[in-house]
Design a protein around this ligand. Structure first.
Ligand SMILES: Nc1ncnc2c1ncn2[C@@H]1O[C@H](COP(=O)(O)OP(=O)(O)OP(=O)(O)O)[C@@H](O)[C@H]1O
Ligand SMILES: [Mg+2]
Length: 497
């Protein structure tokens, strides 16, 4: 793993805290400008101070150079006035002054070390040709300055007339003044400035630290509130909508939390309702059985026919209980996952025919005609058991909720992608407002007649789950007292989704 700053920072848990990041960013933004400013000011001060020093020394040197010519000092160094001037200059700038004549010989050295010696340095030679030189050595803390000692020479001929192209006079270099002045005073001033700036900076650092801590605390407070508010929502999911409107971000988090809470509430309500329905549905047959058994026990000499009749009723209730439990188990299995599908290629014409054959005896009781309409053979990749569950439930309903001498038509068709099964009946129909709810567990439109018609209200819930597992859809169209059409559309192959 490459070791960059990000991976190193990630190792520190604290770096994952927004508080820590905000603090570091704000602190750097606060302190960096003052550090940069201190460095820039000191640097600027140094170059400016050196410039001024050079210019001052050059001016002084130029004045003294003129005096040197006036008093012919290069030939005769006895002038006390010049000597004093040179001493004063070297004392003033804690430096050394050398005066070198045309032959590069030192005629005067304020340190009295090099007098009489010859100096052949690059600067001196260049200065002899009339060029000023300046060298600043910041490491050793001195500035070396050379200026030429020049004399104005008149070219005027004896006649007094000058040709047009000849200058009236020119500056001739008679020698060089070589000075090195110390920059200690500049360095000292810089040290003092630097120390003062550091003290200021330390005070600023403490102030910025305190300010950052306060600001971060204030900025983070809404997020702490979000955590607290969410923590306050107990397991029972209170109905109250919570809100932390301080930032757009906290508002978004709370909005998302509220909608999650809403969804969980809906799920929780439906779970409670389901548990209540299951308990009620399971209890009803048991209550009936208990009543029947109790009444038999209460009668001392009950006739055999009554026993027989009551036992038949009890057997019916047991059957009902058994159906509810089986339906519930089927639903639980369907809820688990799509992996439980046992796919094979199924001839749907044959399957439907078998189911209709099984259900026709029930239909015949009410003189209901059951028909299969199919123009082609439909082969599909489906789970055969679940597919027969779908068809059985739909056709069973079409028979159950039909009228005397009614009709049930099952139409089978397919295109290149999907097959459709349509179950059409001439029954009682489903009111518009109930059409959405019929797929809910235990939902029955007409609760008062549900017992005599028979059923638990789980059939369509099972049907819909099985269809969804096949990645299909189911829709219902119905006209009250005229009939209902259920249409199921499922992909022919599993890869086609
Ligand atoms: N073809 C239909 N015509 C009219 N109403 C229907 C039809 N199919 C379903 N319904 C209504 O939808 C309700 C739910 O149907 P579902 O098959 O889920 O339950 P059920 O038939 O009552 O019981 P079971 O669990 O035994 O199937 C029914 O009680 C009925 O009111
Ligand atoms: Mg049903």
């Amino acid at each position: 793993m490459p070791w960059n700053i990000k991976t190193i920072l990630k190792k520190f848990k604290i770096w994952r805290s927004l508080k820590a990041r905000l603090f570091v960013v704000m602190f750097l933004l606060g302190i960096l400008p003052s550090v940069l400013m201190r460095m820039a000011i000191l640097d600027n001060y140094e170059s400016r101070a050196v410039e001024v020093r050079i210019s001052d020394v050059q001016t002084q040197l130029r004045i003294i150079a003129n005096h040197l010519i006036t008093y012919n000092y290069l030939q005769d160094t006895s002038s006390e006035m010049i000597g004093a001037e040179l001493e004063q200059l070297s004392n003033l700038y804690s430096g050394r002054v050398l005066i070198i004549n045309e032959n590069l010989k030192v005629v005067k050295d304020t340190y009295s070390i090099s007098e009489g010696k010859t100096i052949i340095s690059e600067e001196v030679v260049r200065c002899m040709k009339g060029t000023n030189t300046v060298n600043y050595d910041p490491v050793n803390g001195f500035i070396e300055i050379t200026i030429p000692i020049t004399e104005a020479v008149t070219n005027r001929p004896a006649s007094g007339e000058l040709p047009d192209d000849q200058p009236a006079g020119e500056e001739v270099v008679r020698g060089v003044m070589l000075t090195s002045v110390s920059t200690d005073s500049i360095v000292n001033t810089m040290d003092i400035l630097n120390r003062k700036a550091l003290i200021m900076q330390s005070i600023m650092l403490i102030c910025i630290l305190a300010l950052c801590m306060i600001l971060v605390k204030i900025m983070i407070r809404p997020f702490d509130r979000v955590t607290r508010v969410i923590g306050e929502v107990k397991e029972g999911y209170s109905d109250e909508i919570i809100s932390v409107p301080d930032y757009l971000e906290t508002e978004h988090i709370i909005d998302a939390f509220n909608s999650l809470l809403g969804r969980m509430k809906v799920l929780d309500d439906s779970r409670k309702e389901f548990v209540a329905n299951v308990s009620h549905e399971l209890k009803t047959p048991i209550t009936s059985m208990k009543v029947l058994a109790d009444s038999l026990i209460a009668q001392q000499d009950a006739p055999a026919e009554l026993y027989h009749e009551f036992m038949e009723d009890i057997a019916e209730e047991i059957e009902r209980e058994d159906k509810i439990i089986n339906d519930l188990l089927a639903l639980v299995k369907l809820d688990k996952s799509a992996a439980v599908l046992n796919i094979s290629v199924v001839n749907l014409n044959d399957l439907t025919e078998i189911i209709l054959k099984r259900l026709r005896p029930i239909a015949r009781k009410n003189n209901i005609e059951v028909l299969l309409i199919s123009t082609r053979t439909v082969l599909a990749e489906v789970d055969e058991v679940k597919m027969s569950l779908i068809l059985t439930n739909l056709v069973e309903n079409a028979i159950k909720y039909n009228r005397e001498q009614g009709r049930v038509e099952v139409t089978l068709d397919a295109d290149h992608q999907f097959f459709t099964v349509q179950v059409r009946d001439t029954g009682i129909g489903i009111p518009q407002e109930a059409q959405e709810q019929i797929y809910e567990r235990f939902y029955r439109v007409d609760k008062s007649h549900s017992r005599e018609i028979g059923g638990t209200g789980l059939g369509l819930a099972i049907t819909k789950s099985a269809i969804l597992l096949h990645r299909g859809v189911i829709k219902v169209e119905s006209v009250l007292n005229e009939g209902t059409v259920f249409t199921v559309k499922i992909p022919l192959t599993r890869t086609l989704v």
